[in-house]
Design a protein around this ligand. Structure first.
Ligand code: ADP
Length: 362
């Protein structure tokens, strides 16, 4: 098709239930057909975005995820990855306006529920053209694009529960169809991907990253995701959960259930003595293990039902959360008797934002 060149700057934005993910494409070279005015204004915005790593109180650029030398349309450039809480969306709109974004003849590509919720606001306040895209379509096309342009994007864990021998092993998912994608955001969606263009949503659950964060705040008094994860990393869920061995005195061998399997999440908390002894870090760990195992067993059922043996876990719940990634790796391997593999991707929560930008370009 003839080159389609919407005015720069090019943004993709995914306004989720908890976090806004923003990707910005910085062109490497100025192409002759680009209008001069557009180039100047792009420079101003670029300078602001790339000379900072944080924006306002809550905006953060994930510098370690930056992708250089990638093609979009007939341009080559750098993709920048920025996130901030969805609760700061109005502040962001004012900031973008103040930085002159609304004076540009720019189109914003948006996905996620917030693309609908903030539609009027973006059009009227910012005077921007808004192109909305479906979040799951965007997610899948973002996965394909990033996988293609970032060599060590996807990986699995070898010996996940052994601190000494555990290691990340690169493992490309290119043309590995069929596989499942389990996106763990505020809630969880499970997709069956059968080819580059064929996928469907097969399941979901409301018990996701938002559940971990919400319950963790309630039970421990923590205020942020990072705090909750740090607490959980220090805690022991066995001070909160009832295990098979607490009931059987050992393994339940008739059905191959090891003694340290959780029989009842939070099951010890009915006892006042146990309740008194459970520390905030133990409670945080127990919430993390409960949510993670629930997602793991759901993923397992979906994989068996669809007869696939590869499951790709994504979403910002996995950010700085190696406890859950290792737990999922171990659980998938153990419960499938080595048949099913858990895979992960470096760009965790950004696939939807990248995908909606691409869908516009196509
Ligand atoms: P959504 O599109 O629903 O916002 P995300 O993929 O962005 O989904 O994941 C949101 C989840 O990521 C939160 O529920 C929380 O568990 C986790 N998370 C990771 N980092 C943060 C953070 N800095 N602030 C809030 N939640 C975070």
């Amino acid at each position: 098709h003839p080159p389609f060149n919407p005015p720069m700057p090019w943004f993709g934005i995914d306004v989720g239930g908890t976090l806004v993910k923003l990707v910005y494409f910085e062109p490497q070279e100025v192409l002759p057909e680009d209008a001069a005015e557009e180039v100047e204004q792009t420079k101003v915005i670029l300078k602001y975005l790339t000379s900072n790593k944080t924006y306002g109180d809550t905006g953060i650029r994930d510098v370690h995820l930056e992708m250089k030398g990638v093609p979009i349309d007939h341009h080559t450039g750098t993709l920048h990855f920025i996130r901030f809480p969805s609760s700061a969306m109005e502040k962001f709109i004012h900031l973008a306006k103040a930085k002159g974004l609304s004076s540009l003849n720019t189109t914003v590509c948006a996905t996620g529920g917030g693309a609908f919720a903030y539609e009027k606001y973006i059009r009227q306040e910012m005077k921007l053209e808004l192109n909305k895209f479906d979040e799951l379509e965007s997610l899948i096309s973002g996965i394909h694009y990033i996988e293609q342009h970032h060599p060590e994007e996807s990986y699995y864990f070898e010996n996940p529960l052994n601190d000494e021998t555990c290691r990340k092993v690169p493992h490309s998912i290119r043309d590995l169809y069929p596989y499942l994608v389990v996106n763990i955001g505020s809630g969880v969606s499970v997709m069956l991907v059968e080819s580059r263009t064929k996928f469907r949503r097969v399941w979901g659950t409301s018990i996701g990253g938002g559940t971990f964060l919400g319950l963790c705040c309630l039970l421990t008094g923590c205020e942020t995701f990072e705090e909750g994860i740090a607490l959980a990393a220090k805690g022991d869920h066995r001070n909160v959960d009832k295990l098979v061995r607490d009931i059987y005195g050992g393994d339940y061998s008739r059905f191959d259930l090891p003694g340290d399997t959780v029989a009842s999440s939070f099951g010890q908390m009915l006892d006042p003595e146990w309740r008194k002894n459970a520390k905030p870090e133990d409670l945080a760990r127990a919430v993390l293990v409960t949510v993670t195992n629930n997602i793991g067993s759901l993923a397992m059922m979906c994989a068996m039902n669809a007869k696939v043996d590869k499951v790709v876990f994504l979403g910002n719940f996995l950010r700085v959360n190696s406890v859950s990634m290792k737990q999922l790796s171990y659980a998938m391997d153990f419960w499938s008797k080595g048949k099913c593999k858990a895979l992960f991707m470096e760009h965790e929560g950004y696939f939807g934002a990248v995908g909606c930008l691409l869908e516009y370009m196509n």
